[in-house]
Structures are given as C-alpha cells and as structure tokens.
Ligand binder design. Structure first.
Ligand code: AMP
Ligand code: ZN
Length: 117
C-alpha cells in the first residue's frame, strides 16, 4: 500500500485540513509556501495521466472548497501536479499541491527561462 493510501486508512497520521467521502486534503510534511496542502482522491490512482474525468470533476469542487476553507480563494494560489518521472513525481498516488499564503515566485522573463535539466 502506498504512503498516501496509508494516510487515507489512518495507518499513518496526516495533518488533515479537509475531508469528503472521496477526497482528502492534508498539509505537506515539507512545506514550500506558507500554505502547502496536498489534495488526493481516496481511491488510489497512480498519477494525473491515469485519472478519469469523473474523479477530476469532484476533485475540482473539493480543491475550491479547500482554498476557501484556508482563506486563499481570493488572494490566489498555485495548483501543481507532478506527473511521472520527468515531472518529478515522487509519490505515486495522484496529488495536487495547493500553494499559497504569500506571493509566489514565478519567472515571467522570456530570456534563458527554462525549467528543465
Ligand atoms: P511529489 O514530488 O509531487 O510526488 O510530491 C510529494 C510530496 O509529498 C512532497 O512535497 C513531500 O514533502 C510530501 N510528503 C511525503 N510524505 C508525506 C507525508 N507522510 N505527509 C505529508 N506529506 C508528505
Ligand atoms: Zn495510494
């Protein structure tokens, strides 16, 4: 069983922010922003490339609820999913990173701006 499934099954303690029948939101262990929440479907799906549109439909509403609950729905946030090896995905259970609570850095320049090795 994967580490996030263990959090769903309460075998590992997660710092839970929001929960519904099908989705779970908990704080990232190593936050990269003042607010850094991971949002997952309770049912195991490896990655974004494998998820169905029906799950994503419920996920959309759930993510919006989480953003409202922690008070960043109006100030803004960044939503990220790392998919597969090149995407830098370390935990193979689909998760969205919800980052906010401060102005996030993003390189808007067009010169030498690349995010690949
Ligand atoms: P990714 O690199 O997109 O797969 O992201 C995995 C994320 O999971 C990282 O940001 C980790 O800090 C986070 N993480 C790993 N283990 C745990 C855990 N037990 N509880 C909360 N966050 C975790
Ligand atoms: Zn899992």
């Amino acid at each position: 069983m994967c580490i996030f499934c263990k959090i769903v099954n309460k075998e590992i303690q997660g710092n839970i922010v929001h929960e519904s029948e099908h989705f779970l939101a908990f704080n990232d262990l190593y936050p990269k922003a003042p607010i850094h929440i991971l949002i997952i479907p309770k049912q195991h799906v490896d990655c974004f490339q494998e998820v169905g549109a029906e799950t994503m439909s419920g996920m959309t509403t759930f993510i919006q609820e989480v953003a409202s609950k922690v008070g960043i729905d109006n100030t803004g946030y960044r939503l990220v999913t790392n998919n597969g090896e090149d995407g830098g995905q370390e935990v193979r259970h689909l998760h969205f990173h919800l980052l906010g609570g401060g102005k996030l850095i993003w390189d808007h320049s067009h010169e030498d701006a690349h995010n690949f090795i």
